[in-house]
Design a protein around this ligand. Sequence first.
Ligand code: NAD
Length: 498
Amino acid sequence: MESYGQMIKDMRSVFLSGKTKSEQWRSTQLKAIVNLIEENSEKLCAALQADLHKHKSEAFITELALCKNDAIHAINHLSEWMKPEKVAKGLMFMMDNACIQKEPLGVALIIGAWNYPVQLTLLPLIGAIAAGNCCIIKPSELSPKTAEFLQEYIPKYLDNDCIKVVNGGVPETTALLKERFDIILYTGNSNVAKIVMEAASKFLTPVILELGGKSPVFIDRNTDLNVVARRLSWGKFLNAGQTCVAPDYVMCPKEVQDELVSSVKTAIDEFFTKDPKSSDSYGRIVNSRHFGRLQKLLEGTKPVIGGDSDEKERFISPTVVTDVQFTDNIMQEEIFGPLLPIITVKDHNEAIEVINSREKPLALYVFTNNKSVREDIRQKTSSGAFVVNDTVLHGGLCSLPFGGVGNSGMGAYHGKHSFDAFSHSKAVLEKSLGMESANSIRYPPYTEAKLGWAGWIMKEKIKKKGIMSFFPFVVMGAMFGLLFKTVGVTASETDSNN
Ligand code: NAD
């Protein structure tokens, strides 16, 4: 197995030369990513079709356009993001300059997963570059055509000294993880995340872990189930259910279940026809291991929609199962495929209890017209994201951080959040060498007088809420008014005396 030590050493010396820190370098590389996508969109779509039977519209919406727009957003905001950020100072630091300077961390490692193989490598890369880092990307070996594309085309567009692609599987990733990086972003399952975190701990390297889990959906009474079913089915059966934020299971009151099933059936027929196997809009399971795993999850269940499969094509039809129990196989792990269990609950309070008794999910979806139900669930649960009356879409809004909490991950990215994720926030305090007498309050020998001054300068007050919060401004206004009046009078007296 190749050792990556020398490669990383070389990248670190390029980083230390300062090459990646200039705005011009960052912006040129980001533009190169835009060009890479624009000029090779057909090749990229072909790779995604070969790896996952992804339709080019799906590839465009969920991978190419997303990455291109994120890169353009970064180009447009780069100078603003790179500017030192002024901070509040208070009395003690009144004469000083205090700011936060974002600085690149060094050499980043990005380990991608197979289900969105373009998005999961290029989006973090955009953040790493915008923040001014060197970067190695390790695409998933389970989407080999996309991985080959990235290995061939990234060196043609991007700065080879600073950005590299390493292809391979577990041995290559294991070898990479033996080396020292300055930040690692890993996307994948929580078991491997522990391996990544353990390897990173050897060097105290910070990690961003983009993981998965079972993202629940609660559907309330009195919703328009036709709309609900379309939005739910789109999020669930997109990429044949192999989406980290796909709705994993549905909870709804018993009286909602039958009508929901019939609306989901209508939506599936509309999206993929009555024969989804022949639909070019419907994906395939990535490999036979995952195909077998999904078949096992279906054992003992009674599908009310779908349930058909073809091992040779790794096809599993959009499937819905009802009367599911929390003890069933399908509820023991993230499904990550086109199987949708529905579990009936009494009301949203029971749904909250269920959610809180399990690992914190990557996303939580609520369909309701009732504000108090929505607020109750939002306030009483914790999840990477909380989406009302839709699914999955939050990942397309780059002003929102994308990431999990607890078992669904740590750290977040997309848009400015990616820039922040790959940056260190350096605290900068600049003082002049003057005003030494004011500074002497803090020096020994300590005296009661100095303590008195320190108490005054360091005093923080709890802000008053409501109408009384305006009181200090009224007092200050009155004092300034008095001051101006006095100065004005004195000045006019002086003028008239002259
Ligand atoms: P995967 O098999 O592609 O593995 C991810 C990466 O880990 C690959 O690059 C692989 O080479 C590497 N890897 C695998 N085993 C390893 C080991 N033993 N040591 C070191 N590296 C190893 O992807 P996966 O794990 O099947 O991904 C599916 C999971 O990822 C699901 O849980 C899904 O929800 C989650 N996911 C999360 C996000 C997100 O953004 N939060 C996105 C996509 C997928």
